[in-house]
Design a protein around this ligand. Sequence first.
Ligand code: NAP
Length: 221
Amino acid sequence: MPLPAIQKPGPLNIGLMGGTFDPIHMGHLVTAEEARQQFLLDYVIFIPAGLPPHKSKEQVTPAEHRYIMTTLAVMSNPFFVVSRVEVDKKEPSYTIDTIRYFTSRFATGTNLFFITGADAILEISTWKDYTELLKLCTFIAVTRPGYPLDRLDEITGKLLPELRARIHLLEIPALAISSTFIRQRVALGRTIKYLTPEPVEQYIKKHGLYKKEFVNCGNRL
Ligand code: NAP
């Protein structure tokens, strides 16, 4: 994974955008760009999960498809790159292993920011070695407008204050789009134009992805 060459005094700030990306959509891209600006990130590395520890193989599209779609989606942004570190793993990928991998590859003092959905962070106390994880990187918990924050407050309130201070919230209106919404629309034969970049839309069409998604979504689509 070639990284952008950044010359600047002081440590780098690197965003690590973790997600299943099944598929990646405009909400993810807006999120990464907003985090880059608000947290002064030098660049953002997208890390499609191989097999997320909390999901079964049947629940997710093969990792190679998700990796290729992510690569197609970020192509036009020089500050975005995609890593294969999790998709190349045979076993479930734990975030702590990914963060240790990046910690060992960047200069001492580099600041790492793990960006992901607030719903995923609600479960953080069940993640492998989560106290070490919160020491190694800052978390950016991304929410949609209207997201109920009380549950997140309750969960993070149980953490030690110094760990709690490592979790920041970022509200992204464009996250009204979700991967589930896109999969359901494809299954119903509805358009996904402008919900995901065009090369991703074409890739989904060409490989016949998401045609058999279970659909029970009323008239929301
Ligand atoms: P998920 O349960 O599929 O998603 C939870 C919510 O977060 C969904 O609404 C999802 O929307 C949103 N989301 C996910 N990634 C996002 C991102 N980067 N930016 C904005 N919204 C995002 O969660 P997941 O994708 O499987 O897992 C998220 C990350 O947490 C992954 O990197 C995974 O490896 C990590 N994780 C680690 C452990 C562990 O180490 N034990 C356990 C669980 C998760 P969309 O569906 O639209 O993306």
